[in-house]
Design a protein around this ligand. Structure first.
Ligand code: ACM
Ligand code: ZN
Length: 542
């Protein structure tokens, strides 16, 4: 009798002692429509099923993501099960495709006492509904039953392009770290990873036709200490992604509905490539992979036909690795001092009949020739280019999207010329800048001051543009340049929590945005996710 009785009491106690934790919809980015309804809450526990439509691989993956997210919070993993008729499921989270849901990435999340429905017109929309549900669960809810207040959430992003940029040239980050970056992006509903893969200080992607780009160009013999002090650490530094590793990252991103937009910065920021192939430069070298920071005067020679072949060859392999419609070709910070003296560049200027006038120098027009060449090549293969706002100087390539980084002036000018625009004004979205006024207490950064509140305050629709011109503003992005960011923990510190503010700029309609509510109601919940995931963050961004 005693033997039977004791386990019975233990089971009874265990079931009675199950903690209930309340879900809450104060998530980041703030959903655009949240309506609580007068029904009993839905209770999620380890018996809850996650249903997905039979035979739909993307929805199956979505279901697996949700099961994993619940497990991260609670420690138990709900079962996933395919269905042919969702009406037969009760006590389930049901993922469904519904063409009536508005927007490619929109979703409807409905919680009733019997079920939770997440519907989207596409699997991507369902994925964002899952993100909202996931963030409504307390980050740490070990073994708890989760009580979801009955609600209807109808939501879709304000911008189609919600970007985050990562420079892995100045400092190298591993495939695992890049995947964590993508996980962080998914939590913030971001969908475009702008991957800065080459620069003066290191070429970081394998190109099979030009093996020296990585054999030589990915390695520097040392790194300047501090802000170009003239002192070097003399520690060899390097790293690159093989094509297999790149494809693996692209697939990992795609599973999370993130498009990877690669950047091969040209014709400037090419000194590492010149170290590998000196004949591509105006002087013929020799060149070293740069050990200091700044803007190198050593750029691709625009008068050399083998440079155009090099661009085509590299872009061909880039297109093979990256299915993205958009390829970023840089175009920023290309000094013209070599071109002004180079006989080949001057011969090209003559051949093309380029002339200086009040608007542009002939060398600026020569830069447009290079970018136009890259655009034509990519357009012929069904791709489009993005370039930094310098591509406006010398005449913008006909179909280019302009990424406005020197404030928003370039973006305004481009939208007036009916070009698509991504807003990345440095005074709001350069997250390599300090986020606190007292710089002495911060890890050394490049300079500047972009506090959390300033990030949040940005409205990407400039008043200088008409409503029609606003249609050309396709999205918003933050950049992370890594001259002063040697570790991934420090990268996270610079991004978080500023990405939370960015996420609402990217996703939430302007009338729904409220900084006080953001900092008091939503950000503290998000910080719990950062903590639980072991992501470093700044706890005093101003
Ligand atoms: C840039 O920051 N040079 C685009
Ligand atoms: Zn030249």
């Amino acid at each position: 009798m005693k033997k039977l009785f004791l386990p019975f009491v233990a089971v009874l106690l265990a079931s009675c002692s199950t903690v209930v934790q309340e879900a809450g919809y104060q998530v980041i980015p703030r959903p655009n429509n949240v309506t609580l309804t007068q029904e009993e809450p839905f209770k999620l526990d380890k018996h809850t099923l996650i249903g997905f439509p039979k035979g739909d691989e993307q929805m199956k993956r979505n279901a697996d993501f949700l099961a994993g997210y619940v497990e991260e919070a609670t420690g138990y993993r709900p079962y996933t099960r395919e269905f042919t008729d969702s009406k037969l499921l009760v006590d389930a989270v049901i993922l469904e495709i519904d063409p009536n849901v508005v927007g490619n990435e929109g979703y409807q999340l409905t919680v009733s006492s019997s079920n939770i429905f997440i519907k989207g017109a596409t699997p991507a929309g369902v994925f964002y509904g899952i993100q909202t549900l996931r963030k409504s669960i307390p980050a740490v809810a070990t073994d708890a039953r989760i009580s979801f207040p009955a609600v209807t959430i109808t939501d879709a992003p304000r911008f189609a392009y919600r970007g985050a940029h990562f420079d892995i040239s100045r400092h190298f980050f591993t495939p695992e770290e890049v995947k964590t970056y993508l996980d962080m992006m998914a939590l913030h509903n971001m969908n475009t990873f702008h991957w800065h893969l080459s620069d003066d200080q290191g070429w970081r992607i394998e190109i099979k036709k030009y093996p020296l780009l990585t054999e030589i160009g990915s390695k520097r013999s040392g790194t300047v200490i501090g802000h170009n002090t003239g002192k070097y650490d003399d520690i060899p530094y390097g790293g690159f992604f093989t094509q297999e590793q790149i494809k693996d990252v692209v697939a990992y991103a795609a599973e999370r509905y993130i498009t990877v937009v690669p950047e091969i910065d040209m014709p400037g920021h090419m000194q590492a490539a010149l170290a590998a192939y000196p004949h591509l430069g105006c002087t013929g070298g020799p060149y070293e992979v740069w050990r200091m920071w700044g803007i190198s005067e050593e750029v691709l020679c625009a008068g050399n036909d083998s440079v155009l072949t090099f661009i085509d060859d590299v872009l061909t392999e880039i297109m093979e690795m990256f299915p993205s419609e958009y390829i970023h070709v840089g175009g920023d910070e290309c000094p013209k001092v070599r071109w002004e003296k180079c006989p080949k560049c001057q011969a090209r200027i003559k051949e093309l009949g380029l002339k200086s006038d009040k608007q542009h120098t002939k060398e600026e027009r020569l830069q447009s020739f290079v970018i136009n060449h890259a655009e034509k090549f990519l357009n012929n293969h069904g791709r489009q280019i993005i370039g930094w706002d310098e591509i406006l100087e010398g005449g913008v390539a006909p179909n280019a999207t302009v990424m406005s980084w020197r404030g928003e002036a370039g973006g305004i000018e481009a939208a007036k010329m009916q070009h698509d625009v991504i807003m990345v004004p440095n005074d709001y979205f350069y997250f390599d800048y300090y986020q606190c006024r007292d710089k002495t207490k911060e890890p050394e950064a490049i300079g500047g001051y972009v506090p959390l509140s300033k990030v949040y305050s940005y409205n990407p629709m400039p008043e200088a543009l008409t409503p029609e011109q606003h249609h050309y503003i396709k999205g918003v992005q933050a950049n992370l340049w890594t001259e002063y960011i040697p570790t991934f923990a420090q990268a996270q510190y610079m991004l978080l929590p500023r990405w939370s503010a960015l996420a609402e700029v990217q996703w939430t309609q302007q009338p729904q945005r409220d900084y006080t509510q953001f900092t008091t109601e939503r950000l503290p919940r998000m910080i719990e996710f950062y903590k639980r995931n072991g992501w470093n963050y700044c706890d005093h961004s101003e």
